[in-house]
Ligand binder design. Structure first.
Ligand SMILES: *Cc1c(COP(=O)(O)O)cnc(C)c1O
Length: 428
């Protein structure tokens, strides 16, 4: 049996322990939902207030130049690039993940169509995040293409050159939002390229959670989220990366004045900015970008301690501990581990399936101050899931022990069956 004392010892010996001090964590709360909304960094409130009162209030229009507002998407993009294996001037922080996905998937479809007019199919995973599938469906309608949805274990076969001759794009989320299962980005990208297929990767559950190597994997396009592991705040700007070999091949469809080569020339015709700059559309939300910058600062503090590699090591230790404690303490309670055991296939969350009661169990945990979330199943291959996100910047080993102890008590006592835990809510 793994004891609380042992976990407290692990926290004492954790070289990343001090990183937690950068966050405003409500006392007594065990927050295991940083994969849905990251925690508020301590620096953010004062920084945003300063941007409001000084840069906006006093500086007014001058702040576009003087406070560096104008090139914030590029500056933040360069910092995100360091977390995802991209180069300088290859990433911009802008718009939402959904909108960025629209841009890159359009560009990928245009490239595919230009080079191979018969390639009109997009392949994705049935359990991909819905917005990714909806955007793909809409674009396929627009381009006269089709969207094929597969299970993860069907992807390699579908990418065999003889099956993929009509496929333009492979669109995948690196780490599955429901299960925490991670794809082998390098292997799938290589298989796609052998079949003449371009790849679009959604990094919503991997950027800031584990080391990503877009260039190393030879990926073509990527998007990712600012408000999950990057701690940028609710609705924070997302980011977009395009491999330099593709960046200037096409306009993205939301060509706007911020993506113009000379926005202040105000010419009536569009001339795209060089490189990733053309993936900007219109005026950017400076207050939100300022908050995102504070989120990125929390990673800079981890740099001297080993950066993403050290964070990944801790994340795996946390999820290993979670899995081990559930096996030890919640055996016979109908929980099934959905997250892969193999480290190479695991993101930064632990997901547990249960045939019934998963929603109410999570509500009972939240009432006890253990915040994870619930994701509904489809009544078939994908069951209802309890999701626990582990964010190594601020989650400790004793937090994991306490969370599993609460889960044990909620299950053993039948507390979750109380009526107040069975009322549906808008956001689960
Ligand atoms: C969270 C998430 C998104 C969110 O997209 P928004 O445009 O920010 O709503 C998109 N894709 C995946 C895979 C996600 O996990």
């Amino acid at each position: 049996m793994t004891t609380l004392e042992h976990c407290q010892q692990l926290d004492q010996n954790d070289p990343l322990r001090s990183l937690r001090e950068q966050f405003e964590l409500p006392p007594g709360l065990i927050y295991l939902d940083g994969n849905s909304l990251g925690v508020l960094p301590r620096a953010t409130a004062a920084r945003v207030a300063q941007v409001v009162t000084e840069e906006w209030g006093q500086g007014l229009i001058r702040s576009w130049n003087k406070a560096g507002w104008f090139d914030m998407p590029q500056r933040l993009g360069d910092r995100i690039a360091g977390l995802i294996g991209a180069g300088p001037a290859e990433v911009v922080a802008t718009d939402s993940t959904s909108i960025n996905l629209y841009k890159v998937l359009s560009a990928a479809l245009l490239i595919g169509r230009h080079e191979h007019p018969t390639r009109l199919r997009v392949i994705s995973e049935r359990s991909n995040f819905p917005t990714d599938l909806y955007i793909a469906e809409g674009l396929c309608n627009e381009h006269g293409g089709t969207l094929t949805l597969l299970e993860a274990d069907e992807l390699q076969a579908a990418l065999a050159p003889e099956s993929a001759h009509d496929v333009a794009v492979l669109l995948l989320t690196h780490v599955n939002y429901r299960t925490g299962a991670m794809h082998d980005m390098a292997a799938l990208t290589a298989a796609a390229h052998r079949a003449g297929v371009l790849t679009v990767w959604d990094l919503a559950h991997s950027a800031g959670a584990l080391p990503v190597d877009l260039k190393g994997a030879g990926a073509d396009f990527a998007v990712g989220c600012g408000y999950k592991y990057l701690n940028g705040g609710p609705g924070a700007p997302a980011f977009v990366w395009v491999h330099p070999q593709h960046a200037e091949r096409f306009w993205q469809p939301l060509a706007g004045w911020w993506g113009h080569a000379a926005p202040f020339a105000f010419t009536p015709d569009y001339k795209p900015a060089p490189g990733i700059g053309r993936y900007l559309c219109g005026t950017q939300p400076i207050l939100s970008l300022s908050a995102l910058a504070c989120g990125l600062d929390t990673f800079s503090a981890a740099e001297p301690m080993g950066g993403m590699v050290a964070l990944r090591q801790k994340s795996l230790a946390l999820s290993d501990l979670f899995i081990e404690l559930v096996a030890q303490r919640c055996a016979g309670q109908g929980l099934t581990l959905v997250t892969p055991l193999a480290h190479a296939q695991r993101g930064s969350q632990v997901c547990l399936a249960r045939a019934d009661g998963a929603f109410a169990i999570m509500q009972a945990l939240i009432a006890r101050g253990v915040i994870g979330d619930f994701r509904a199943g489809d009544g078939g291959r994908h069951p209802d899931i309890l999701r626990f996100g582990l964010t190594p910047l601020y989650t400790g080993f004793a937090d994991v022990w306490q969370a599993v102890e609460h889960l044990r008590q909620v299950l053993a006592s039948g507390e979750w069956q109380r009526p107040e835990f069975n009322r549906q809510q808008a956001v689960t």
